[in-house]
Design a protein around this ligand. Structure first.
Ligand code: PEP
Ligand code: MG
Length: 555
C-alpha cells in the first residue's frame, strides 16, 4: 500500500490543563545541579543549628532580591509570593521542626531541611483543599533554596541553564517546577512547560499563566527521560502533549496558536483597567475567593475587588471554633492585601454539604434545608459575635463589606443587624477602632429573599444574588446530586424572573446589586446581566479579563 495514504496517528500524553496556549519545541529535561542532601551524624548540634540559622537569613535576603526582580517581570500581585516564601522561612513550626530534627536525630542541617520539607509537602498534598495542595511546591522551593545555600555555602542559587535547540525554544520537562525557577526562566529559550506532578493552584502555574507560557501538568510516569529531544506540541488549554506530530497536525496547531495568541494579546489590553459597558456604565468586576490563600490568584486576575469571600473555609479547616484573634488576622490580611478595594466577606455559611464536626450539628434528613448559615448564627449568637468582632476589628485595614447568607425574611435581616449593633457598642465601650461605614448586605439565594426583596432592600446596603442556591431552591433540584445535572437549570425562566425582580427592587431602594453564583461566569449570559441592570459581577479569578473584554462590547 502507498504509505502516503496511511493516516498518521499522533501519540499524545495526557495531563491537566494548567496554562493555556500552544507551544512547539523539543523536550529538554531540567537537570538540577543539586547534590542530594545525604544524612550524616553531627557532633556539635548547636553549631549545626547555627549553620541552618545563617542559611535561613541568607535565603530571606535572597528572596528579598527575587521579589524586586519579579516586581518588574510579573507585577506586585505575583511577586508577593516571594514575600510569602520569606514568611514560610519565618514560620515557627517549620523552623522549630528543622532545629528539633538536627538536635534529636543529631543530623546535618541539609538532611533536616529535606526531611521536614518533604513532611510539610506531603501534608499539603494530602489536604482536601486544592489550593493548599499547591503550597507543596512552595515549601519544596523554599527548602531547596536553603539546601543550595547550605550545600555550597555561598549566597547564589545554582540555576541550570536551558539552551535552545537548532535556534528554537524548547519545551521544559520536569517532575515539578518551583515558582522561583519559573520566574527565572529565559523565555527566549523555553516556550512551554510540561511536568509529571504539580498542582493547578501552585504559584508555578500562576506564574506560567502570567508569563504566557503554555503548561500541562500531572502527566505522570509517561513523561520520562526517553522523550528527551522529541519534537512535541503542547496544548495548554486541552492539557495534552502531542508527540512527534505529523504535518497536518502541525499546520492545524499553527493556525490555532495564531488565533489564541491574538486573543491573549487582546485580553491583556484590559489589564489594569476598570470595567465599563460600551455606553460607559460602570460594572464592578470582582473575584470570588474561598480562603486567604486564594488572594494571589485574585490579585493576578486584576479583579477590582472580592465579591464573595467564603469565610466558612476558616471554620472547615479548623478542629475547633476559630478564635476571634485567629479570624481577625485572616480578615486583616485579606483587607490589607486588597489595598483598599472592596472585600465582601460572607459570614459563616456552614451546614448542608459544608460541615465541621465541632459544630455538632444533628444529623438531618434534608441538610440543604436544615440548620445552616445564618440559622446557626441566630441560634448560637456567640459564634456569630466572635466572627463579627473579628470582622469589625479588621475593618480599619481596608474596605470591608459584610454579607449574610441564606436570608429568608425581614426579621432575620433585622436580627443580624441588631447583633452587629451590639458588637459595635461593645467595641466602642472598649475603645476598639472600627470602620463606621461598613456596608452590610445579604445574599439573595432563596426564592423567599428574591420575592420579598422590596421589603429587605431598604434595610441593607447591597444584594448579591447567589444563583447556585437560588437555582436549587427555586427548582427544587438538589445541587449536590450529580445525576440531576440536566434538571439544575440556572437559566430557567423562574430563576430569571426572581433575578430581575431582585434587581428592580434593589434599584428602587437605591442600593446596588451583584451576582456571585456560577452563572455570573457565563460570558454568553453577560449581555442579560447587563440588560437587567446588574451592578457587580463576581466570578472565578481566571474569568476576569475575559468578562471585562466582553462587557466592553455590551450595553
Ligand atoms: C450561591 O449559592 O450561589 C453562592 C454563591 O454560594 P455557595 O455556592 O457558596 O453556596
Ligand atoms: Mg449559597
Amino acid at each position: 500500500m502507498d504509505s502516503s495514504y496511511s493516516v498518521p496517528v499522533n501519540k499524545t500524553l495526557n495531563g491537566t490543563p494548567a496554562s493555556r496556549g500552544i507551544a512547539f519545541g523539543r523536550i529538554t529535561f531540567l537537570h538540577r545541579e543539586c547534590e542530594p542532601s545525604v544524612r550524616h551524624t553531627v557532633e556539635d548540634t548547636t553549631q549545626e543549628c547555627e549553620r541552618f540559622e545563617k542559611a535561613r537569613k541568607t535565603a530571606i535576603a535572597q528572596l528579598g532580591s527575587l521579589y524586586e526582580t519579579s516586581l518588574e517581570k510579573l507585577g506586585e500581585q505575583n511577586a508577593f509570593v516571594f514575600q510569602i516564601h520569606q514568611l514560610m522561612l519565618d514560620d515557627p513550626d517549620y523552623v522549630s521542626q528543622i532545629n528539633d530534627t538536627i538536635v534529636t536525630q543529631r543530623v546535618n542541617a541539609e538532611y533536616a531541611v529535606d526531611f521536614i520539607a518533604n513532611k510539610f509537602a506531603a501534608m499539603f498534598r494530602a489536604m482536601d483543599n486544592e489550593y493548599m495542595q499547591g503550597r507543596a511546591s512552595d515549601v519544596i522551593d523554599v527548602s531547596r533554596r536553603l539546601n543550595d545555600i547550605l550545600l555550597y555555602e555561598k549566597g547564589a542559587l545554582k540555576r541550570p541553564k536551558i539552551h535552545k535547540i537548532d535556534g528554537q525554544p524548547v519545551i521544559l520537562a520536569t517532575d515539578d517546577l518551583a515558582p522561583s525557577e519559573t520566574v527565572q526562566l529565559d523565555q527566549d529559550a523555553v516556550s512551554g512547560i510540561i511536568t509529571s506532578h504539580g498542582s493547578t493552584r501552585s504559584h508555578t502555574v500562576i506564574f506560567a499563566r502570567t508569563m504566557g507560557l503554555p503548561a500541562v501538568i500531572t502527566i505522570g510516569d509517561e513523561l520520562n527521560e526517553d522523550l528527551e529531544g522529541k519534537f512535541v506540541i503542547v496544548d495548554g488549554a486541552q492539557g495534552i502533549v502531542i508527540l512527534e506530530p505529523d504535518k497536518n497536525t502541525i499546520a492545524l496547531y499553527s493556525e490555532k496558536k495564531r488565533i489564541e495568541d491574538a486573543l491573549r494579546e487582546k485580553l491583556e489590553q484590559y489589564r489594569g483597567r476598570e470595567t465599563y459597558t460600551r455606553s460607559g456604565r460602570k460594572i464592578h468586576l470582582y473575584a470570588n475567593a474561598a480562603s486567604l490563600s486564594d488572594l494571589d490568584l485574585v490579585k493576578a486576575s486584576d479583579a477590582e475587588g472580592i465579591g464573595l469571600f467564603r469565610s466558612e473555609y476558616i471554620y472547615l479547616s479548623s478542629d475547633d471554633y476559630p478564635t476571634e484573634d485567629y479570624q481577625y488576622d485572616i480578615y486583616r490580611q485579606a483587607l490589607s492585601l486588597m489595598d483598599g478595594k472592596r472585600v465582601i466577606i460572607r459570614t459563616l455559611d456552614i451546614g448542608a454539604d459544608k460541615t465541621a464536626d465541632y459544630f455538632m450539628l444533628k444529623k438531618e434528613e434534608n441538610p440543604a434545608m436544615g440548620m445552616r448559615a445564618v440559622r446557626i448564627c441566630l441560634t448560637q449568637p456567640e459564634i456569630f459575635k466572635t466572627q463579627l468582632r473579628a470582622l469589625y476589628r479588621a475593618s480599619v485595614h481596608g474596605r470591608l463589606a459584610i454579607m449574610f447568607p441564606m436570608i429568608n425574611s425581614v426579621e432575620e435581616v433585622k436580627s443580624c443587624l441588631k447583633i452587629c449593633h451590639e458588637v459595635e457598642a461593645e467595641l466602642i465601650s472598649k475603645g476598639i477602632a472600627f470602620d463606621k461605614n461598613i456596608e452590610k448586605g445579604i445574599m439573595v439565594e432563596t426564592p423567599a429573599a428574591a420575592i420579598i426583596s422590596d421589603e429587605i432592600a431598604p434595610l441593607v446596603d447591597f444584594f448579591s444574588i447567589g444563583t447556585n442556591d437560588l437555582t436549587q431552591f427555586t427548582l427544587a433540584v438538589d445541587r449536590q446530586n450529580a445525576s440531576l445535572g440536566r434538571f439544575l437549570n440556572p437559566y430557567h425562566h423562574a430563576v430569571m424572573r426572581l433575578i430581575e425582580n431582585t434587581v428592580i427592587n434593589a434599584h428602587k431602594a437605591g442600593i446596588w446589586v451583584g451576582i456571585c453564583g456560577e452563572l455570573a461566569s457565563d460570558e454568553h449570559f453577560t449581555h442579560e446581566l447587563i440588560r437587567i441592570g446588574i451592578d457587580e459581577i463576581s466570578v472565578v479569578p481566571s474569568n476576569i479579563l475575559m468578562l471585562r473584554a466582553r462587557i466592553a462590547t455590551l450595553g
